[in-house]
Design a protein around this ligand. Structure first.
Ligand SMILES: Nc1nc2c(ncn2[C@@H]2O[C@H](COP(=O)(O)OP(=O)(O)OP(=O)(O)O)[C@@H](O)[C@H]2O)c(=O)[nH]1
Ligand SMILES: [Mg+2]
Length: 1121
């Protein structure tokens, strides 16, 4: 364990004020892992010569090969400064967007972060994302501007230019923080205003209309920004091993120049210069054309060092500099052919980056004990609940968080942010450890005995004649030897077998942090899942109960014993017996209880922590199957393990029976597949092409045709004609009028429904999508209300719902939508999707979704069947069975001609409705259940029908018929409108130099990408291109760009939104121009048709394809004959 031993770390773990938990965050490739190497090397864990080359924390093989980090990993370091000793729990995180969920798991466990920015590339998309993540988690950042060497060697900037460049860079970073800060202040102000207003209206006086400026000026934001003179910025070149903050130079020069270091600190960064004659520091370097102090005293030194060592290789000068700095350089390094070796040998002694970074970290970042009350409340209030709505006992736990006490009486609170898999060989208990003196002595004794026995046996064999004396004992000796040998062999075999078993078992270690109390090995604790509700548990559990008691089972709560505690040391783990509050740790033996994240506590009042903020949406799905079908169980087990080991990957079994893996992007997918093959399933697997999700929608009739000509009257006639033709396709019993109203009657002729599909405005669709959580909450409320349960509803949520409604009304303007919001029946699919069911039935005043809180509601019989039919219809559309999006189904007629008897029975059957509702969830999640579920509820009604002596419906239960009829009506109504596919879109930001710009554009346009913006990055010759690209075209995009630009540009793709594909998949040419332009078959250019058919083919649906009909027409060769 290098220079620091385990005892020291254990001792330091107890001094909470001397602990720093921090993570390194940055855009991909800005040098996080390289910087971590330098810090690790300062503890002697790796050699300082290898620092930066080894990338010690990138322990996976594919991380080393690809050169990017794919997981966050922690290491504990020791640092002493000025007589104080610190324990630094450092977490390195990945920068690639695909792994941004790993960043979330790291950020949650820390109190501070080192944000690394590449001096050349500056603020990149992920830099903004990580700054936001740090902000959202309320952790304090410090800045490291890395790769300063590139400014010297690559860009060849002078020290003066560098100074200007760095100033701009700092401005950029601060601008991001500034935006975050302003939005937060404004939000808080809005909240305060709302409160003030409500109190004002109570008092009856509102004279102030609006104060724009309130809040922003009052709030002190000076602590927020990065500035070298505040000591929260380090300039570094991690690869060359140097780094400094201006504190170091201030110290250095205050002795040399006799100026107090506090003055130097204030003036080293900024518009100050040195007046050599007056021996004074003056202001206004820029206006007077003088060298700023930072350039003269700091940068020039470094520039001349690089000049001497790298550029001119001036040995004499180098030696002079080395002696004047009082450094010692090995002659081996001096003679080395690579000047970088010499450079890092000098610089890492002169300005060691670890020293600069670690002292900044210890000084500027808070210890775990300094956790803010605001952060604690945020961690404790899950989802829609506000902190003050939590039970009292739970609120009391806030004190435990703030105290961060390692007292015996303090409740244990631990948060597990992810589970990671380790080889059983890597576990410390399975590792070979050095033998103690005693053990060595014992072994020696054993060996001597065995040797003696063997010798004795040999002797007796050689002299069989002289057996008289020792006759009795000698035969016994080999016998006993044989017995021990056999025994040994058996135990060895046994241990081999158990070892093999052990090998096959994946061990999971929980990546966690203690927020209060002391966790001990063998301790009993509660494991609380993300959905655990402390108020429910507190009501159910006897007061003052503890984990050791026998307790009734509570949902989302389990009791378990802490098996193993580990100190995380990068690639290694060390065993610990206890871990006090404020530390990051690994916990073994939790795999049975925790899936991905959890809260562990000794108090049942402890709430689950708020879920992690994941920035990435899993969108890339593939179906996987084993090469050999018999290995299916192994695959299933492997997928389960993979699901547990990755914070973001999802595994699921589709209705079709396929095993599907959903990942955040291509690189993530690759890693998951590798993991599955080599680690979790250990079998050959084959993965399908990525399954690209689509959405189906309808649009308003287009005004131009495919050749961009205005649709004239004549064409409109043609289109209507086409519609008429299509009408022939509708089966008997379906009536479609010219306005798109579709009417259908149930097979038993008892009910008729008429539905019209209307496209929702784009903003409304997006708005609905953004508010999924709120809609889901509303649905929950109405479920509770229907079941007659009461629930404490947070005032804030009610306000949000009201606000949502008002905004929806504002977006749904026009004659068509008059009063529509008040008539919303349901959202779908899954009761929360971006489609609307509208009640336009004359004379039926059904309460809308907004009345979810009212218990007594006047609802017609079978109301639920209509809603279920709608849910089913929106779950999979008629084009290729993908979910619908942005469609409003307006129910315009709903006639029931039920015989009085049937109506009566079913209206008695109130409980069947409730049952049906429960079944709905099943219905929605998978089609095959449909028949089961509806038949379950209707069996009862049928039996009742039989009992009352009425005729039995030969078409099956009525509610089922109505569901099916409603579903079909919606589908036909959908088809009566112009249908379109919607594609998932990525946004991508590509940085490229001017030479390769053209090639980047070529690749983008080939893949149907659209450039949104192009701008030149200030101070460099780089262009930043922002574009959108369909997910369907994105596979291999990053690779292609990289290849075409010889690695100079690499894009990052982030899912952004859904977009309608403008071409009509069912389009056939109707006008002459269109025939001319596209030919008779016109299937060459129809992208939407291609996508649709691909999906249909994958799902095993019928694909209408035109095969070559007249082959001879295409034989151009025959002309020559
Ligand atoms: N010139 C120069 N190159 C550096 C410096 N620091 C790191 N690099 C190089 O930058 C590349 C990326 O470094 P990493 O440390 O792997 O970057 P990272 O931020 O950990 O990358 P991810 O973990 O994939 O996000 C490597 O090739 C490093 O050698 C530096 O100070 N100067
Ligand atoms: Mg890395």
């Amino acid at each position: 364990m290098g220079l620091t031993n385990l005892e020291k770390i254990i001792a330091l773990q107890k001094k909470t004020s001397h602990i720093r938990n921090l993570c390194i965050l940055a855009h991909v490739d800005h040098g996080k892992t390289t910087l971590a190497d330098c810090l690790v090397a300062s503890n002697g864990i790796i050699s300082s010569r290898l620092a930066g080359k080894l990338r010690y924390l990138d322990s996976r093989e594919d991380e080393q090969i690809r050169g990017i980090t794919m997981k966050s990993s922690a290491i504990s370091l020791h640092y002493s400064t000025g007589g104080n000793e610190y324990l630094i729990n450092l977490i390195d995180s990945p920068g690639h967007v695909d792994f941004s969920s790993e960043v979330s798991t790291a950020v949650r466990l820390c109190d501070g972060a080192i944000v690394v920015v590449d001096a050349v590339e500056g603020v990149c998309p992920q830099t903004q994302v990580v700054l936001r993540q740090a902000w959202l988690e309320n952790i304090r950042p410090v800045l490291v501007i890395n790769k300063i060497d590139r400014l010297i060697v690559e860009l060849k900037l002078t020290s003066q230019e560098t100074y200007t460049h760095l100033q701009k860079l700092l401005e950029q970073v601060n601008a991001v923080t500034g935006t975050l800060f302003t939005s937060k202040v404004l939000e808080e102000r809005a909240e305060k205003d709302a409160e003030a207003q409500s109190s004002c209206t109570e008092n009856g006086s509102v004279d102030q209309v609006y104060d724009w400026s309130a809040g922003l000026e009052e709030t002190d934001d000076s602590d927020l920004y990065f500035s070298p003179d505040r000591g929260n910025v380090v300039f570094a070149s991690a690869i060359d091993g140097w780094g400094f903050s201006i504190h170091q130079f201030a110290e250095m020069y205050s002795q040399k120049m006799g100026i107090s270091s506090s003055v130097l600190l204030k003036t080293l960064w900024g518009d100050f210069y040195l007046n050599a004659k007056a021996k004074k520091i003056m202001k206004g370097a820029q206006s007077k054309g003088k060298k700023p102090l930072f350039v003269q005293l700091v940068l020039d030194n470094i520039w001349s060092m690089y000049d001497a060592v790298v550029t001119r290789r001036d040995k004499e000068k180098v030696e002079k500099m080395v002696t004047s700095l009082g450094l010692q350089v090995m002659s081996r390094d001096l003679r080395h052919s690579d000047p970088k070796v010499l450079l890092s040998a000098i610089c890492s002694q002169w300005l060691p980056v670890s020293q600069a970074v670690l002292s900044m970290v210890c000084e500027k970042l808070p210890s775990p004990a300094e956790i803010s009350a605001e952060r604690v409340e945020k961690l404790m209030s899950v989802g829609a609940r506000r902190f003050d709505s939590l039970p009292e006992q739970t609120q009391e736990l806030k004190k435990a968080f703030l105290d961060c006490s390692a007292d015996e009486t303090a409740p244990v609170i631990v948060f597990v942010s992810k589970m990671f898999a380790v080889d059983s060989k890597a576990l410390p208990q399975n590792k070979q450890r050095p033998l103690t003196q005693e053990e060595i002595a014992q072994r020696r004794e054993l060996a001597r005995q065995r040797h003696a026995e063997r010798q004795a046996a040999n002797q007796s064999a050689e002299s069989p004649g002289s057996a008289d004396a020792g006759g009795a004992s000698t035969p016994a000796a080999p016998a006993s030897g044989a017995v021990t040998d056999a025994l040994c062999a058996r135990t060895e075999a046994l241990s081999v077998r158990t070892a093999v078993d052990e090998d096959n078992k994946e061990h999971f270690v929980a990546f966690a942090r203690v927020y209060s109390g002391v966790v001990r090995k063998g301790q009993k604790v509660f494991v609380l899942g993300p959905k655990y509700d402390p108020s429910l548990a507190l009501r159910a559990l006897p007061e003052g109960c503890s984990v050791a008691d026998v307790l009734p089972s509570i949902p989302h709560m389990a009791c378990c014993t802490v098996d193993n505690l580990y100190l995380l040391m990068g690639r290694e783990l060390d065993e610990l017996d206890e871990v006090p509050s404020g530390n990051v740790l690994g916990i073994g033996g939790m795999e049975e209880f925790i899936l991905k994240s959890a809260t562990i506590s000794t108090s049942p009042a402890c709430p689950p922590f708020t879920p992690l903020n994941f920035e990435a949406t899993p969108i890339v799905r593939v179906a996987v199957e084993p090469k050999h079908p018999s290995e299916m169980p192994k695959l299933v087990r492997g997928m389960r393990l993979l699901n547990q080991a990755d914070p973001c990957a999802e595994v699921l079994i589709q209705e079709t029976g396929e095993h599907v893996l959903v990942t955040a992007g291509e690189v993530h997918l690759q890693r998951c597949l590798d993991d599955l093959r080599e680690r979790f399933a250990k079998i050959e697997i084959s993965a399908s092409e990525p399954i690209i999700p689509f959405r189906e929608t309808v649009i308003r009739p287009p005004k131009v045709d495919m050749v961009n000509e205005d649709m004239g009257k004549q064409q409109k006639v043609a289109v209507i004609h086409q519609v008429k033709e299509e009408q022939m396709k509708y089966p008997e019993g379906v009536q479609v009028d010219s306005t798109g109203l579709v009417t259908l009657t149930t097979p038993n002729k008892m009910a008729t429904v008429g539905v019209r599909a209307i496209p929702l405005p784009e903003e409304v669709t997006r708005f609905l999508e953004d508010n999924v959580e709120l809609i889901r909450t509303m649905e929950q409320f109405s479920l509770f209300a229907r079941e007659g349960k009461t629930q404490d509803i947070n005032q804030k949520i009610l306000e949000n719902i009201q606000d949502f409604k008002v905004k929806l009304e504002r977006n749904l303007q026009g004659r068509k939508w008059r009063g529509a919001v008040e008539r919303i029946w349901a959202f779908g699919p899954r009761r929360c999707g971006p489609n609307i069911l509208l009640n336009s039935v004359e004379g039926y005043h059904r309460p809308s979704v907004w009345h979810c809180l009212e218990r007594e509601a006047e609802i017609r019989d079978f109301d639920n069947s209509i809603a279920s039919g709608f849910q089913l219809a929106t779950l999979s559309g008629p084009m290729c069975e993908e979910p619908l999006m942005g469609v409003c189904f307006s129910v315009e007629t709903w006639d029931m001609k039920l015989s009085a008897a049937l109506a009566q029975q079913d209206s008695i059957d109130k409980d069947s409705q409730a049952a049906e509702h429960n079944n709905d969830d099943q219905i929605e999640s998978s089609d095959p259940h449909e028949t089961n579920a509806s038949s379950a509820s209707s069996n009862r009604s049928r039996s009742r029908a039989e009992a009352s002596g009425s005729s039995v419906d030969c078409y099956g239960p009525f509610s089922g018929q109505l569901i099916a009829a409603m579903k079909e009506t919606c589908r036909y109504a959908f088809q009566a409108k112009p249908q379109r596919l919607m594609a998932a879109m990525y946004t991508c930001e590509i940085m490229a130099t001017a030479e390769v710009l053209g090639r980047v554009y070529a690749v983008l346009s080939k893949r149907e990408g659209r450039v949104l913006q192009e701008e030149m990055k200030e101070g460099t010759d780089m262009f930043i291109i922002k574009a959108v690209l369909p997910v369907a075209e994105s596979f291999g995009f990053a690779d292609e760009i990289r290849k075409r630009t010889s690695g100079l540009a690499s894009p990052q793709l982030v899912f952004s939104h859904w977009e309608v594909i403008s071409s009509d998949p069912f389009w056939v040419p109707t006008t002459e121009e269109e025939y001319l332009h596209f030919g008779e078959k016109a299937d060459s250019s129809n992208q939407a048709l291609k996508y649709m058919n691909a999906v249909r083919r994958r799902k095993g649906l019928y694909v209408e394809e035109k095969i070559v009909e007249h082959a001879e027409k295409q034989r151009t060769l025959s002309k020559n004959k």
